[in-house]
Design a protein around this ligand. Sequence first.
Ligand SMILES: Cc1cc2nc3c(=O)[nH]c(=O)nc-3n(C[C@H](O)[C@H](O)[C@H](O)COP(=O)(O)OP(=O)(O)OC[C@H]3O[C@@H](n4cnc5c(N)ncnc54)[C@H](O)[C@@H]3O)c2cc1C
Length: 442
Amino acid sequence: MEERKGDWSEVERALSDEELKEQTSRCMNCGQPFCHAYGCPLGNLVPDQNRAVAQGNWKLAYELLSSNSDFPEFTSRICPALCEASCVHQLDEESVMIRQSEKRIIETAFENGWVVPRPPDRENGKSVAVIGAGPAGLSAAVTLRRKGWAVTVYERRANIGGLLRYGIPCFKLDKALIDRRRAILEAEGITFVTGCEVGKDVSAEWLKARHDGIVVAIGTPAARDLKIPGRELAGIHLALELLEGQNRFLTGEIDAPPINAKGKDVLVIGGGDTGSDCVGTAIRHGAKSVTQIEIMPRPPDDRSVSTPWPLWPYMLRTSSSHKEGCERRWNLNSLRFVGDDAVAGVEVETVEWELSPEGKTLKFHAVPDTKETIKADLVFLAMGFTGVPADNPIVAQLGLAQTPRTALIPDPAHGVYCVGDCASGASLVVRALASGKNIPLE
Ligand SMILES: Cc1cc2nc3c(=O)[nH]c(=O)nc-3n(C[C@H](O)[C@H](O)[C@H](O)COP(=O)(O)OP(=O)(O)OC[C@H]3O[C@@H](n4cnc5c(N)ncnc54)[C@H](O)[C@@H]3O)c2cc1C
């Protein structure tokens, strides 16, 4: 564990051959698989893949996997594995370790040179602009290229990958995997224009004049802020300021990380995955202490009755970062940041939640006399994302309507499609990939 805390490489241990055989063989005891049709948004053929792995037929396993999934090297590392949550084995024992099997299939395929560019059989004479090179944009790009479209992906950042590259830490996903896939996509004929922000460097109208279709895949750029007194103090950052800076540093885009938690008392506000990524990053910097707080109640250790199988279970999730050393607290509302010029702590108050009969949280009230100040000289806000701001130039330039929660509404009548988080709200990589793949454009 101590060694891991100083290491930015992927932390997960691969299964041994015996463990993998045992897991994939367990999959064969299932009567009615829910994993692929219900669980996996991509519809991965999990039982067939696992049968091929159990029989040692890796080539077949890869052919089955790649018939649905264009980026299994990503999902097999960072997907929360919706398939495993709906695994029939979860009814009486542990799920089959499907994600680990997927990882071995795709890495075996790369090692054996089976992952090769698959350019289209014929060009269809039409061109499409994809705005944003996150998983949704990449998935739409590869799907349309296979249908014969000439595809150009415009990306405002220096490199492709979206949150795969600039959000998710290297200890969960090695960025060299994105470069490896980029080379294949380029060999298939996809063009990437990086460092080009649509709406600023080129207008959406400019793209419309040059392409037959537009795919908007810009993610949810606006993080939820915490506008309480003291927010202006130094040392309070949005989570992505830490995570993006660290990833850019580790991949050589910048010379030093813009934020360093070494020797600091770090407080992460927000109990989800982004917060957990801040925890792991701060620990690797050498933080003095790391605390993560959440306003919601502590989830149950096991699947809540409100989310019976095969639903995605509401339950406590403990990441590898949490295990590296972090205090986690729940039912805490943040009232104000304290400090002179720089933050020195956060005043919080315990809250109690009113629950529905199914265990869903309805509303909270403060518990009297529970105010306390948590010491912190570095604070990260990891409280989710608020969709696409209405003043994003792309919204006006393409004349797109938005839902009340600011997701973009596609306008296929004018050749404009929206995929991924910008169309659904902040979600998961696998859902972004499925959204790009299912783009209704022939
Ligand atoms: C810190 C963090 C950790 C996460 N961890 C996980 C995880 O472990 N597993 C998981 O499944 N999901 C995770 N997620 C969620 C997941 O990353 C997203 O759901 C997914 O990346 C959404 O894909 P997307 O392509 O829609 O958007 P994004 O990945 O946000 O990509 C959008 C792209 O559009 C570009 N862009 C935006 N505006 C413009 C413009 N005007 N012109 C050109 N380009 C533009 C952006 O630069 C970006 O590259 C995490 C999210 C965060 C923030």
